[in-house]
Design a protein around this ligand. Sequence first.
Ligand SMILES: [Zn+2]
Length: 323
Amino acid sequence: MHSNLPFISHNYTSHHDGPRLIITAAVHGNEICGIHAIRRIMTELEQGSLVLQRGSLTLVPITNPLAYKLGQRAGERNLNRNLSPTNTPQDFEDHIANWLCPLLAQHDVLLDLHSFQAPGQAFVFIGPPDNQGQLEPFAQATAEQELAKRLGVSRVVDGWLATYALGVERRRQQWPNPDERQAQLNTDTRYGIGTTEYMRQQGGWAVTLECGQHADPQAPEVAYRAIRHTLAHLQMIDAPPPAIVPTECLSLYEVTDKADDGDHFTRSWTSFDPVQKGELIGQRADGSPIVASDAGRIVFPNPRAQAGQEWFYLARESGRLTT
Ligand SMILES: [Zn+2]
């Protein structure tokens, strides 16, 4: 099915050693700012106004061609979940994974370009601090932090996989014997593995740049600037080192699922709205209140979430980038 849609990457290899960088866009098909930015970079490389001096650069303007063709987030499923190669591909995204995962593994660094649904400012996702835990052991946190500070955006978020796994564990206790595939996916920690998590599993490092609202005319510019800054920071092009932008660092620490279709927010929340400890966020169908367990921000509130799925996240300030 859809086998007429090829998977396309463009590689530029310099004569000199250096980092192997891969830049992906349209992992979600309706997030197109990165496509424009990558094509602009390709034009500059081909015209010679931008010269790759060191290392190897791979550009993937359209990572999910089916979702892009459909103009929607996913083709047959969300490519940025449960990402790994498989011997028994079932859906279109499994076929992408069998091409994309080995490609990612050939690189040291990933810059993954996304955009988001609601209005808001651009931000960067980075991985966990260095750790030797079971979930996401890592030893290259400094590299991710140093790049995140120089991408030209002023907000960094971490804690994605740990918080996702916490939600999965809670769901598993609520539904110990999931029988439907969707329920299985919702209770599988691996379901939190996307492009950047896969990259870290393979020994690389990675950041996700959320460039702004899907239709924000500035989003392609944010993506383009981030690519230039990444190439300069990694010394793959001859350019002045990019400036450090004062950056707020937030850490996700809790995810709350919608339990019933009658659960509702008590106001129209926007991502990164501040919340006080004990502040009322919403109400369960039975009328019981849902309050913030700590001072911080509400993140990715989704009034249209289905019962059993993530409804909103909470984040608090972390001192990661200031130390
Ligand atoms: Zn996305």
